[in-house]
Design a protein around this ligand. Structure first.
Ligand code: V47
Length: 372
């Protein structure tokens, strides 16, 4: 199908993408201001197919949130609770290890572990949790702790970021998820997450992790009070760090869910904006290998369409999601592997089950166990 451009402002951008040239800040803003979603999608799909061909990746994973107690009280969040809130919970180590073994236990290749900033849980406690998981589930990749949790643990332990990350890596952390990045600009952070580490600190923590050989993901939370310039600035900061470190694996745009947060007067994002964010991320982040359409956040239907608008990943089975569901997500808490396969195949893509670092996973179909 030929490229049809309705918005003349996109013409120079299309020229650059066709010539594999890097887009700049103004290009990013022009893309966000354009409604020509088919031209933007065409270009993003071109880049996506250059990188991943016809493949869409997914994994069999399980989320674990050891505590929702959080001292940060971010306005964007419906998950975190004060210690004395009746809905606050903190799992014991045994509960974490037991929870990890429930639901799809035989098949999981990744635990995605994130939680609140608990004022009493120590670095030793987290290291013990990780060692215990590794002992019990040695084949499972541990993608654990956002840059925000790392920063908080380092501060409370009076250790450098590097020493804190080293301790967690020695305990068994294999990589870091992409959460907590939100929007890097200080003006926005002051309103949506004023007690969190700054954007610079988030980037510095990622830089340190990458230097130690820990790969990570990156996210951007959009659809609240940020401007189009803030989004582009955020993406270009991530691109700049990726040029330096090469440590990012996947970028995941996250749509703000306002329900049950102090910002619930803000309207939720639309499907149009969700698709545009996937496509523009694919076009600006030319050095990120993968763009994930997180079905929990976008709905399986939009995440499926996104596979033709720049995304090459749909995330995984998840099993038990809390952060988005506390903020009113109406999606299921889990999708079966067979359902992920169906969504991907019906988008005309070839499903490939991956591990966290995008190596293909082969299974013994009879026992459903991972073949190494
Ligand atoms: O860090 C919190 C965001 C993130 C809300 O790395 C909210 O593979 C919307 O980071 N509405 C957690 N978003 C999710 C996350 C993630 C998800 C899937 C895969 C990966 C990965 C990472 O969710 C938080 C924050 O940015 N968040 N509250 C809310 N009300």
């Amino acid at each position: 199908m030929p490229l049809v451009i309705d918005d003349p402002k996109l013409e120079p951008i299309a020229g650059k993408v066709l010539a594999s040239e890097r887009l700049n800040h103004d290009d990013g803003v022009a893309l966000y201001r354009s409604h020509d979603i088919l031209a933007i999608g065409y270009l993003a799909n071109l880049v996506r197919e250059r990188k991943s061909g016809n493949v869409t990746y997914f994994n069999v994973n399980r989320h674990i949130n050891p505590t929702n107690v959080c001292v940060a009280a971010c306005r964007l969040c419906a998950f975190g609770r004060q210690v004395r809130d009746p809905k606050a919970y903190t799992m014991s180590l045994e509960q974490v290890w037991e929870t990890a073994g429930t639901g799809y236990a035989e098949a999981v290749s990744e635990f995605h572990i994130v939680g609140g900033l608990h004022p009493e849980l120590t670095l030793d406690w987290y290291c013990e949790m990780i060692r215990g998981l590794k002992e019990r589930y040695p084949q499972v990749h541990l993608k654990a702790f956002t840059m925000v949790e790392i920063g908080y643990l380092a501060r409370r332990t009076h250790l450098s970021l590097e020493k804190t990350l080293r301790r967690l890596k020695e305990a068994g952390v294999d990589s870091l998820p992409g959460g907590g990045a939100e929007i890097f600009h200080e003006r926005v952070r002051r309103i949506i997450c004023d007690h969190k580490i700054s954007g610079e600190e988030w980037l510095e923590t990622a830089r340190t992790a990458h230097r130690l050989g820990l790969r990570s993901n990156a996210t951007m939370l959009y659809g609240h009070i940020e401007t189009e310039e803030d989004r582009v600035d955020h993406l270009l900061k991530l691109r700049g760090l990726q040029d330096e470190s090469g440590g990012f694996v996947t970028f995941i745009p996250l749509a703000f869910h306002p329900a049950n947060t102090p910002l619930q007067h803000i309207s939720p994002t639309t499907g149009f904006d969700d698709i545009k964010n996937i496509a523009i991320a694919r076009l600006l982040l030319d050095n990120f290998p993968h763009i994930k359409a997180y079905w929990i956040m976008m709905t399986p239907k939009i995440a499926q369409v996104a596979q033709r608008f720049g995304a090459d990943d749909i995330d995984g089975t998840v099993v038990e999601e809390k952060i988005y569901h506390d903020a009113g997500a109406a999606t299921a808490q889990s999708l079966r592997r067979s359902e992920l396969l169906r969504l991907i195949r019906q988008a005309g893509r070839e499903p490939v089950e991956r591990d966290t670092l995008y190596r293909p996973v082969s299974r013994d179909e009879a026992t459903f166990t991972v073949l190494v």
